[in-house]
Design a protein around this ligand. Structure first.
Ligand code: PNW
Length: 448
């Protein structure tokens, strides 16, 4: 049984849905620039139009209401709100105020992601996340959000998945800006992101204790091959290992320990100290952090086992045929059972599943339907495993399906469709509810 206060939601992000890169005084972000270099995005796709949320947000928010969720997660484009000299762009403020007002008109609760990967290009030109000066720019952006939007939203997420945007973006793995940072620069960038988080959290909550400010993590979850306690112990030990080189920067404890245990893993703190990355007061900020909920984007898992020699292995489950649309996304419903359990055992905090979803090659039938049984079975089987975790005592407070509608899947372009709503890209971006839309709707209704 799901608790009665459980939140159901749905999510999107600015670059993936908005379009309108030249409207309302918007400045270019790293994704605007990166996507226009031939070869960066499949089929030459870009977010120039995306799904035109900029003009069609009323329709989309109404659809979210019809879906039956109570919470709407979306992200702000920093480049709409702040001019290059650091002053506010009031046209951008007006746009997001209209979006927030519409969310309230539909009686939904907004959750704002402050950074979903679209860094202003001028900040990248100054060095990007490795530069300590990025703190001032981020804090200035957040102070503008506080001044102009706080009356319409009280729930914020400072960052979406630094595991992805730092690693994929700064090890040239197919994400903007397509740079290569050294290990030292990666460590600086990770530390700067965390400092931005803690300072933004302090700023937003100052004088507003009702405001919540979280941080969104992602990871490949874990599924143990059997219930051998030795294996679970090995998982606990291996999952939270710290990065030794740039290759293993897609890691957890470097972010999660400071956020939820209020200190860096020892090796990380030693490194930061020895390389003069820590500034006075940084560790105090971490100690005073106010994160009270762990946000997890969970899509898939590794299979974990001990071999005959007792050696630990964690690998993708080998699948013969191509499963879904994206190679990394293998349907592993138990992801939502074991991973929240593992996280709760280390951090002892409530959990929100801030993203979970599947990409399918959907097609529109001649009579205008989208039958997507694979997505429905993904959604319902993952929700079932999540319920099982809750029944076993894991404190999960909310679930957000990714995504409301099909959208630009970053460098994969428009091919992978994650939506509960089909976007007819060939036909004026018509919105069509998929079968899975009705299945999620039904699940929510039955679990209220
Ligand atoms: C997330 N992985 O990214 C992002 O927050 C979304 O913007 C994105 O559209 C969605 O998931 C689907 O990809 C991820 O490799 C990208 O495990 C890659 C992984 C996980 C999440």
């Amino acid at each position: 049984m799901l608790p009665s206060h459980f939140h159901f939601g749905v999510g999107t992000s600015s670059y993936q849905v908005e379009g309108a890169p030249h409207e309302g005084g918007k400045l270019p972000s790293i994704w605007d620039v990166y996507s226009h270099v031939p070869g960066h995005i499949k089929n030459g796709d870009t977010g120039d139009v995306a799904v035109d949320f900029y003009h069609r947000y009323k329709e989309d928010i109404a659809l979210a209401k019809e879906l039956g969720v109570d919470t709407f997660r979306f992200s702000l484009a920093w480049t709409r709100l702040v001019k290059e000299d650091g002053s506010v762009n009031l046209e951008g403020v007006a746009f997001y105020r209209s979006v927030l007002e519409e969310i309230h008109r539909q009686d939904l609760r907004p959750v704002i992601t402050l950074y979903h990967w679209d860094l202003p290009q001028y900040l990248e030109d100054r060095g990007g996340w490795k530069e300590r000066s990025i703190l001032d720019a981020y804090l200035n952006y957040v102070s503008i959000v506080k001044e102009h939007l706080l009356d319409l939203c009280t729930d914020f997420l400072t960052f979406n998945e630094p595991q992805c945007f730092l690693y994929l973006g700064y090890q040239n793995l197919g994400h903007a800006p397509g740079k290569v940072y050294t290990f030292d620069e990666m460590m600086r960038a990770a530390h700067n992101v965390l400092m931005c988080h803690f300072k933004a959290q302090k700023l937003l909550k100052e004088g507003h204790p009702e405001v919540t400010v979280g941080f969104v993590n992602t990871m490949n979850g874990v599924i143990p091959e059997n219930d051998d306690p030795q294996l679970w112990k090995a998982i606990q030990e291996n999952f939270f290992k710290t990065p030794k080189g740039t290759k293993d920067f897609y890691t957890q404890s470097i972010y999660m320990d400071p956020l939820y245990l209020h200190h860096y893993p020892k090796e990380v703190e030693d490194y930061l100290r020895e390389h003069n990355i820590l500034e006075p007061g940084d560790l105090d900020l971490i100690k005073e952090g106010k994160d009270d909920t762990v946000y997890l984007n969970l899509y898939t898992s590794n299979h974990c086992y001990l071999d005959e020699k007792g050696q630990y292995h964690s690998e993708r489950r080998p699948t013969k045929e191509k499963q879904g649309y994206l190679d990394w996304l293998i349907q592993e419903p138990e992801t939502l059972y074991y991973t929240p359990k593992l996280i709760q055992e280390r951090y002892h905090l409530p959990i929100v599943i801030s993203e979970n979803g599947d990409a399918v090659e959907d097609t529109l039938t001649p009579d205008g339907h989208v039958h997507d049984p694979r997505r429905s079975s993904y959604l319902l089987s993952y929700l079932h495993e999540m319920e099982r975790a809750i029944d076993d005592g894991v404190d999960i407070r909310g679930y957000f399906y990714w995504s409301l509608c099909d959208n630009l899947e970053w460098s994969e372009g428009f091919g992978p469709r994650f939506g509960l709503i089909y976007i007819d890209y060939k036909n004026n971006l018509r919105r069509i509810k998929k079968d899975s839309f009705f299945d999620y709707h039904k699940f929510i209704r039955e679990n209220r």
